[in-house]
Design a protein around this ligand. Structure first.
Ligand code: HEC
Ligand code: HEC
Length: 200
């Protein structure tokens, strides 16, 4: 009886150890993988430069989609098509989980050159046209990426990619923008960008 109990306790300890050590192993692996990203996306995915998006807290499925589309060249990119090629699907998934758990912090808000009047107009336009998918606050999960507090030059660039048809990976965005442009043209986009740049 005693022996059995001891064996049982040992078994529990052993499985506990094994589970722990495999968790450590994948933690160590993911830290090694994301070490490459820090130079541009900042530590924990909070970018420090205007051409590089923050990826902290990015939704897992959008992260995987972005990496896969840039890897295949379907989504245009300046550097990421080269970087993404270095990772397998499993590694991309591990990194997606890692970045999803990081907290988005925007130390730079409001970003330079935010015009308050444009930002005020932009808020109204956002609520009308974009808030359904890109939630700014509140409990509901957004469908699209977080764009509040994202670097404005990056956002401007992304919008032009969808608009010119250079990025065909998100028909939903292309049609949302097409409709928006018919009504509000470039000035409307500028207002939106000032609004996003004013936010944390
Ligand atoms: C040399 C700088 C650089 C490095 C290193 C880098 N990135 Fe990027 N990343 C960028 C830039 C710039 C973009 C915008 C697309 C482009 O032009 O390549 C981007 C875009 C992305 C996006 C798309 C985000 C969005 O909002 O759609 C993801 C995801 C991403 N990078 C993940 C990573 C991961 C994961 C690593 C590390 C394995 C990494 N990046 C390393 C510069 C970099
Ligand atoms: C019907 C849903 C929907 C609407 C409406 C919508 N978007 Fe999007 N948007 C998305 C999705 C989904 C993505 C992610 C696409 C992807 O990367 O695969 C996205 C991506 C983006 C990106 C790129 C973000 C990044 O990190 O690269 C920008 C910028 C953007 N949207 C701006 C806007 C603006 C501005 C509006 C309003 C005029 C708008 N969107 C309306 C669904 C939507």
């Amino acid at each position: 009886m005693h022996y059995r109990l001891i064996n049982y306790v040992l078994l529990l300890l052993l499985t506990g150890l094994m589970l722990n050590s495999s968790a450590y192993a994948s933690d160590a692996k993911v830290l090694m993988l994301v070490d490459t990203c820090v130079a541009c996306h900042g530590s924990n995915g909070n970018s420090v430069g205007p051409a590089t998006p923050s990826i902290a807290g990015m939704r897992k499925n959008l992260f995987i989609k972005a990496m896969t589309d840039m890897k295949s060249g379907k989504r245009p990119s300046t550097v990421m098509h080269i970087i993404a090629k270095g990772y397998t699907d499993e590694e991309i998934e591990l990194m997606a989980e890692f970045f999803n758990k990081q907290t988005f912090v925007n130390k730079f808000a409001p970003q330079p050159l935010v015009d308050n009047e444009k930002a005020r107009q932009g808020k109204m336009l956002h609520e009308q046209h974009c808030s359904g998918c890109h939630k700014i606050g509140g409990p509901r999960k957004p469908l699209g990426n977080k764009i509040a507090g994202q670097w404005v030059p990056y956002l401007r660039y992304r919008i032009s990619e969808f608009r010119s048809g250079a990025d065909t990976t998100s028909p939903i965005m292309a049609s949302a923008l097409e409709y928006f442009f018919k009504l509000h043209q470039d000035d409307g986009i500028e207002d939106l960008l000032h609004y996003y740049g004013s936010l944390k």
